[in-house]
Each structure stands twice: as structure tokens, then as C-alpha cells.
Design a protein around this ligand. Structure first.
Ligand SMILES: C[C@H](NC(=O)O)C(=O)O
Ligand SMILES: [Zn+2]
Length: 610
């Protein structure tokens, strides 16, 4: 036996204990800042991040002194492989400080961005003649609309073309536009770090998490299979929007103005369900009114979600979760409202931070975030380096899989969130349509976000054309266009959390495909018979057992092995067949509806709607 290996194993034991302690302190300082965006908390975070980086550098130096590639034990080898990638801690201290400072400040700009109300805007433009400049001072006082919940609500509720265009532009002026310069420097420093880790650029370092040299072509193949679903949904929704907003605003063969789809990034079209659904007049599938009527609280929403997890025999949220989570937007301080789930690395402390609004959308998000916590709990006994998702897409899929069951009309009725359901073919089409507005509409956005970012990191997209490239991709994949002219003075990717937040995004595209593979596998384990979209795995201990078997692995095995276990040996790949099977009745219906109309879109200027 290689003596080095025994010593290497010893080293990992010591490392693991220290790593959990250092991780705890680092996450705690990150949490303190994210839940209270003060200068002091930012400084504490920046200091703690440097201490954590020193610890990681020390561990990396020791680890890479072992001949670990010759080790016999696959697990030990895998742990060393993970340890051998140092990350941004490889940067010289001054550069690491600059990178972390830019990161914290972009997060702050995005999370504290505010805009003025449209009404105030209209008033000011009307009364600008009298140049009553104290209006401008009062303008500052009333410009307090934040993304959550204010702007999110307006985008869902308003059907005023000009108000939506105002809000859409104002948000981008106050968030993305303000961080363009910082992001350009951020990209340089990120690539410096990637190269110090032996990668060509940061995009390549991110893709390492999928452990596959066919990852890019696999993604392109998935997109080719899913494009027909998206094109049919797009053509149908475009027709409905034309009848609502007029054919002077939207061309029958053109892109859809991005501000009319009920969401700031046009990534989830649930907001247009009401006036576009296939069979109007059926019982509504949006349980928001019932939630409000029942005076539901954020805590109630979290309890509903936890009850679903425990009904499968999965782990409940531990006491510190209920004690320390922040589940409502505080009124006395600024926080990062974008929802997230936190693992404090000590096997006890797990938290969610969410500015929960009492809506069906947020009930689904609660399940999404609690899915992350469940995954943390399931792999808590793994070594710290294996306390990750099998791949990042797995981590994003857990909560969404359960939400596919929760969203069924049958389940919503069972938990008294729906009084009546239309249990007939038309009701089924309406239901599938409501899920498609969330899942199918998302696919091109989930794909293009990192197509754009990988292009920036690799240098294929030059810094001078960042925004133009963004809108080229938004046209090509999403078939949307900006309602107001965009230039290189703007920085629209920066108006989406994950860009200033530096969270990779292809994980969501992967998740939206594999969550249907998981749903199909768990429904079979639960003994479901009938169409996939009618399956509700609620209270199935067999489904829970299969899911738990996969989640307990963490990243101790390549994700292809986890996929094989989940699908009972059927496949070890990402497979679009289950999502296509799930939506098949709707796609047939949409094809019928679209048969005399144009699919797809053209435009000769991606930077403004035609
Ligand atoms: C889909 C992705 N979800 C998340 O960040 O949790 C988003 O919100 O853009
Ligand atoms: Zn997530």
C-alpha cells in the first residue's frame, strides 16, 4: 500500500475538521452581510474571506504535495481531486481583496436598487414646464419601489404597455447600468484566478462541476429537442398578446416585447396566465387569492412545504432553521432579497433567506429553497468536500420536483388551496399551460445566461459589445426584444441577480430538464399510473426512499452514477424525453392552434423591438 496514501488519508481527517470550522465562520459573516447590508458587515465579510482564503491556500499546498493520482482508494482520490482546485483563493492577496470588494459592492447595488413610481414619472413630465425643482427633491423621497415585492407585483399586475416599459427601463437604469464598469474589472480578475487554477478562463472552471467533456454538445442537443416546445408556446402567447396590446406593438412573425410577459427578465410567463389561458372561465389555478383570503403567513407557507418533505419520510427542518431563518423582508434594514438556502457547515445550522410574498409563485419558491436544505441534511454525514450536489443542476432540481406534485390541482384541493377543479380535458390543458408558462418559457433564458457569460469569460464577446451580444442571444433563443432602445451605455445582464451575485446559471437549465427525469422516476416508485402530469407523490415513502438514496451521495460519486440510481439504471445522462412526455398533450394542442400561423421570429435589430 502506498505509505503516502495512509498519510494522505490522515491529512484529510485533520483537514475536514478545520474546513468545517473555517467554513462556518465564513458563511456566518456572509449571512450577516446578506441579511443586513451595512458597511461594517461588508468589512467583516471581506476580512473573514481573506482568512478563509489563507486556510484554503494552506490546505491546497499540503494536498498537492501528495502523489494523490496514484492513490488506490477512489474516494480518497476524489477528495484530493476536489482539493487540488483552489479557486479564487489562488489570487495574490491584493487582487483577491479587489475581487471580493467588487463582488460585495455589486451585490449591494443590485439589492438596494430603487425606482420611482410611474405616476410620479408622468406627473413630472407633465409639469416639467413650470420647472418646479422642489418636485425633484420630493421625487427622491417617493422613489422607494424595490424589486421585491413592489416591482415584481407591478410586472405581474399592470397591463399598461407604457407603465410596464417605464418600470422595465427604470429597473435596468438603477441596477445593471450602475455596475457595468465594475463587472468588466470583475471579469478580468476572475479570469486571472481561473488561469492560476490551470483553466483557460472562468467559464471553463465553472463547467468543471459537470465532469463531462461532452457537456456543451449535450446542452445544444437538449436545446434542439426542446426548441419545438418553446416555439409553439411562443407563437401562441404572441398571438394572445397581439390581441391584447394590438398588432402595432407586436409583429405576428416578430419577437415579443420583453416587458409584456409578467416578469422582469421574461424568464417565467406565469404573469400572463389570466388573459392568455386556452379555456377561459374555468376555475382559476392560481391559488394566490385563496392564500390571501386565508390570511396565510410566510410561516404557514414554510410549514406547508416542510409537511410535504416529511410526508415522503425525508428529514424535517432542524430547530436552528426555524430560529435563524429570515423569511420576511425586514422593514428596518436593507438585505439581499433574492431567495437563497444556506448550509453553515456544522451539521446543525441551516437557514433560508427569503422576502416571502403571499403568492403562489412564492409558495413554489419556498419549496425550491427547502429542497436545497433537504439536500444539505441528506448529505450532512459526507466529508465536507462531498457536501455538494452531484452536480449544481441536481441541487436546483430537488425542491422543484416536489413542487411539480404540489402544483397539481388535486393536491392544491387536498390542502384546501383550491375550492374546485376542472377535472376534464380542457381543465387539464389549462393546467399543463400554467406549468409550461413556468417551465417551457424558462428554457431559452436558462440556456442563454451562461452562453453569454461563457462568451465574456472566453473573450469571444469583447467588452465593447457586451450589451449588444446579450440582446442578440435574447433574440435568437428567447424571441424577445427590448421595448426601449439599448446601447453600450446600458448593461442589461447586470439587471439579473445572478450576474452581480456571480451565481452560475446553466444549473437551472440542467435542473429544468432533469427535474422531469426525477419526477418520472419518483412517480414510478410511488406506483403512479396514468399521465405523468397528473402524478402527485405526496406521502409516498417509496419515492422518498429513492430520492434520499440519491441525495445522501452528495458529490461523492460522479452525477452520472447518481442519475443511474435515480432512474433505476435506465440512463446516466440528461434526457429530454420525460419533459417532452409530461407536456405532450399541451404541445399537440398548441400545434393544432398554431397550424395556420408562423412559428419563430425575425428582427433586423436585436436592440429595439421592430
Ligand atoms: C431560476 C432561478 N432560481 C433561483 O435563483 O433560485 C432564478 O430565480 O432566476
Ligand atoms: Zn436554487
Amino acid at each position: 500500500d502506498n505509505p503516502d496514501e495512509a498519510e494522505g488519508f490522515e491529512f484529510l481527517q485533520t483537514y475536514d475538521k478545520r474546513a468545517s470550522q473555517e467554513c462556518y465562520l465564513s458563511v456566518l459573516s456572509n449571512w450577516a452581510y446578506a441579511t443586513n447590508l451595512t458597511e461594517e458587515n461588508k468589512q467583516n465579510l471581506l476580512e473573514r474571506s481573506l482568512v478563509y482564503a489563507e486556510f484554503q491556500k494552506e490546505a491546497w499546498k499540503n494536498a498537492t504535495s501528495f502523489a494523490w493520482k496514484q492513490f488506490k482508494n477512489p474516494s480518497t482520490r476524489r477528495l484530493f481531486k476536489f482539493l487540488s482546485i483552489l479557486g479564487t483563493a489562488a489570487l495574490p492577496t491584493e487582487k483577491l481583496k479587489e475581487l471580493n470588494e467588487i463582488s460585495a459592492s455589486m451585490e449591494d447595488t443590485y439589492s438596494t436598487s430603487k425606482i420611482c413610481p410611474y405616476s410620479l414619472q408622468v406627473v413630472i413630465t407633465d409639469e416639467s414646464e413650470n420647472l418646479d425643482d422642489d418636485k425633484s427633491s420630493s421625487e427622491e423621497e417617493n422613489c422607494t419601489l424595490s424589486l421585491e415585492p413592489d416591482i415584481t407585483r407591478i410586472l405581474k399586475k399592470s397591463q399598461n404597455y407604457d407603465e410596464l416599459a417605464y418600470v422595465w427601463k427604470a429597473w435596468r437604469d438603477s441596477s445593471g447600468k450602475k455596475i457595468r464598469k465594475r463587472y468588466e474589472r470583475f471579469v478580468e480578475l476572475s479570469n486571472d484566478a481561473a488561469r492560476l487554477n490551470g483553466f483557460a478562463d472562468m467559464g471553463e472552471m465553472w463547467r468543471e462541476s459537470y465532469e463531462s467533456d461532452t457537456f456543451l454538445e449535450d446542452l445544444e442537443n437538449l436545446w434542439k429537442q426542446l426548441l419545438p416546445l418553446y416555439e409553439n408556446l411562443h407563437a401562441y402567447v404572441r398571438r394572445k398578446l397581439i390581441s391584447k396590446y394590438g398588432n402595432d406593438k407586436i409583429r405576428p412573425d416578430g419577437p415579443i416585447p420583453a416587458h409584456l410577459l409578467g416578469n422582469m427578465w421574461a424568464q417565467d410567463w406565469a404573469g400572463v396566465q389570466e388573459f392568455t389561458e386556452p379555456y377561459p372561465g374555468k376555475p382559476s389555478l392560481d391559488v394566490t387569492p385563496q392564500m390571501v383570503e386565508q390570511n396565510m403567513t410566510a410561516l404557514d407557507m414554510f410549514n406547508i412545504s416542510e409537511e410535504f418533505f416529511s410526508s415522503l419520510g425525508l428529514k424535517e427542518m432542524p430547530p436552528p432553521f426555524w430560529e435563524h431563518s429570515v423569511i420576511e423582508k425586514p422593514t428596518d434594514r436593507e438585505i439581499v432579497c433574492h431567495a437563497s438556502a444556506w448550509d453553515f457547515c456544522n451539521g446543525k445550522d441551516y437557514r433560508i433567506k427569503q422576502c416571502t410574498d403571499i403568492t403562489m409563485q412564492d409558495l413554489i419558491t419556498v419549496h425550491h429553497e427547502m429542497g436545497h436544505i433537504e439536500y444539505y441534511l441528506q448529505y450532512a454525514d459526507q466529508p465536507s468536500l462531498f457536501r455538494e450536489g452531484a452536480n449544481p443542476g441536481f441541487h436546483e432540481a430537488v425542491g422543484d420536483v416536489l413542487a411539480l406534485s404540489v402544483s397539481t390541482p388535486k393536491h392544491l384541493k387536498a390542502i384546501s388551496l383550491l375550492n374546485e377543479i376542472a377535472d376534464d380535458p380542457e381543465g387539464d390543458i389549462n393546467y399543463l399551460y400554467s406549468i409550461a408558462l413556468d417551465k417551457i418559457s424558462f428554457l431559452p433564458f436558462g440556456y442563454l445566461m451562461d452562453l453569454w457569460r461563457w462568451g465574456i469569460f472566453s473573450g469571444n464577446t469583447s467588452v465593447e459589445e457586451m450589451n449588444t451580444k446579450w440582446w442578440e442571444l435574447r433574440l435568437k433563443y428567447q424571441g424577445v426584444c427590448p421595448p426601449v432602445k439599448r446601447t453600450e451605455e446600458d448593461f442589461d445582464p447586470g439587471a439579473k441577480y445572478h450576474i452581480p451575485g456571480n451565481t452560475p446559471y446553466i444549473r437551472y437549465f440542467v435542473s429544468f430538464v432533469i427535474q422531469f427525469q426525477f419526477h418520472k422516476a419518483l412517480c414510478e416508485a410511488a406506483g403512479h399510473e396514468g399521465p405523468l402530469y397528473k402524478c402527485d407523490i405526496y406521502q409516498s415513502k417509496e419515492a422518498g426512499k429513492l430520492l434520499s438514496q440519491v441525495l445522501q451521495l452528495g458529490s461523492s460519486k460522479p452525477w452520472t452514477e447518481a442519475m443511474k440510481i435515480m432512474t433505476g439504471g435506465k440512463t446516466n445522462k440528461m434526457d429530454a424525453a420525460p419533459i417532452i412526455e409530461y407536456f405532450d398533450p399541451l404541445i399537440q394542442w398548441l400545434k393544432e392552434q398554431n397550424k395556420n400561423y408562423t412559428l419563430g421570429w425575425t428582427s433586423n435589430d436585436p436592440t429595439i423591438c421592430p
